[in-house]
Write a new protein. Structure first.
Length: 125
């Protein structure tokens, strides 16, 4: 009986709020009009994507440093890749002096420094 009474009170309260104008339409704004969501067009989305890519590139360039190389031999019996080069965000093992059958540490480091200098010059236009 108590459950029925509570349900009746809730129903009457909802009806009175709805008819009194105190309750607004859920999808409405302050004036009670229905709002229609505005979807961005393709040009806006493309412009936002380009801006985001430029911002990411700017952050990456600020983080990246000049290429430097150091002697770090591998255990693969191949002397051509015994230099490890890095720019702070990326590491590479350039394959240096491919025509030489044997390379000393001094020779590979001289070639590695030349490789780093070419990388630091940037793309040639």
């Amino acid at each position: 009986m108590l459950l029925r009474f509570g349900a009746a009170v809730t129903l009457v309260a909802c009806i009175s709020l709805t008819t009194s104008g105190c309750m607004r339409e859920v999808t409405g704004n302050e004036d009670g009009y229905t709002m229609t969501p505005v979807e961005p067009d393709d040009a806006e989305l493309a412009a936002e994507a380009r801006d985001e890519i430029r911002e990411q590139e700017r952050r990456f360039e600020a983080f990246a440093q000049e290429w430097t190389c150091r002697w770090m031999p591998t255990m693969n019996r191949n002397w051509h890749d015994d230099a490890l080069c890095t720019n702070g965000s990326e590491s590479r093992r350039p394959y240096l002096r491919p025509r030489d059958s044997y390379i000393t540490p001094d020779e590979i480091m001289a070639s590695a420094q030349e490789w780093a200098a070419r990388m630091n010059q940037g793309p040639q236009g």
